[in-house]
Design a protein around this ligand. Structure first.
Ligand SMILES: Nc1ncnc2c1ncn2[C@@H]1O[C@H](COP(=O)(O)OP(=O)(O)OP(=O)(O)O)[C@@H](O)[C@H]1O
Ligand SMILES: [Mg+2]
Length: 272
């Protein structure tokens, strides 16, 4: 049972394929292994995070209908009944499905009624009392109403950049504009240091990107980066976290170090 205030973290970057979903899955495992209770919320219709994390994706999510689309349409007041188990007892999942692509349009009427902060409503006090962290994975589209609502509920936004992909850094202009708007309605939101993924040791491009990000982003970058490795695609093919697939691998250790750095950073720089 969580004892401290729940920290809600939304992963951002409008560039696709930077490693947000990989990070959501593996940071959840690393935090859970440090005895934190974690809820992962997947707001991407690609559902990669969900199909990798869920214990029984077909049964619990597809057949039983416990997923974010049905939550959004429930007009209920808690996500609790829509959560599913993962293979880690300390991680629960609010899963997505391909259906989520159409859901945004369907729930527009809710938003037209100015019912913003959807997730404040679904992640109510009772639900939050059970989690130390809620990690929200987002789609790459810049106009996602769901991403906006996730940010409106979050304590932290967390940029993930792909170290060999200059365009992931260029994409920050779009995310920055969204965050600026979010701040008007959620002034407590703060940045976590940027996470550099797919970092190639010895590559001048990776080193340079990290340097630029460290100087351009207000919260800087996490010192630990996530190394580039084919273990990631292998773990995805097996629908497993790296911890399950190859527990001693250096990338699993990278995520463990980042989980510790997040805990340290949050206790140092508490959101208002
Ligand atoms: N550290 C890494 N080393 C090598 N490949 C990686 C690493 N992290 C992620 N990848 C690969 O990069 C691709 C994109 O990763 P991922 O799906 O996590 O990114 P994303 O930002 O969630 O993408 P999307 O925009 O599609 O949601 C995947 O094929 C994944 O296997
Ligand atoms: Mg993704």
């Amino acid at each position: 049972m969580a004892t401290k205030k729940t920290q809600i973290i939304t992963l951002v970057c409008n560039k696709g394929g930077v490693g947000r979903s990989t990070t959501a899955i593996n940071i959840a495992w690393s935090l859970a292994n440090k005895k934190c209770n974690v809820l992962v919320c997947d707001l991407d219709a690609q559902a990669n995070t969900s199909s990798s994390l869920a214990k029984n994706y077909q049964e619990d999510v597809i057949e039983d209908g416990r997923h974010v689309t049905n939550l959004l349409k429930s007009y209920g007041d808690s996500a609790t009944d829509y959560l599913v188990d993962t293979r880690n007892p300390n991680i629960k999942l609010l899963a997505s499905t391909l259906m989520l692509d159409n859901t945004e349009g369907e729930i527009k009427s809710l938003l037209d009624l100015n019912i913003f902060k959807l997730f404040d409503h679904f992640f109510n006090r009772k639900l939050k009392s059970e989690y130390d962290f809620i990690i929200i994975d987002t789609p790459p589209q810049k106009s996602s109403i769901l991403t906006l609502n996730a940010l409106l509920t979050s304590n932290w936004y967390w940029y993930v950049l792909s170290a060999e992909d200059q365009w992931s850094l260029d994409a920050r202009i779009v995310s920055d504009k969204i965050i600026q708007d979010v701040r008007k309605l959620n002034p407590k939101i703060k940045p976590l240091p940027v996470l550099m993924t797919k970092f190639v040791n010895g590559s001048s491009q990776s080193v340079e990107m990290k340097k630029v990000a460290a100087s351009e982003f207000k919260a800087g970058v996490f010192k630990t980066t996530i190394g580039y490795s084919s273990i990631i695609s292998k773990s995805h093919s097996n629908r497993k976290s790296i911890r399950e697939f190859s527990s001693g691998h250096r990338v699993a250790k990278n995520y463990d170090s980042v989980a510790m750095a997040i805990n340290r950073y949050i206790s140092k720089v508490k959101p208002a």
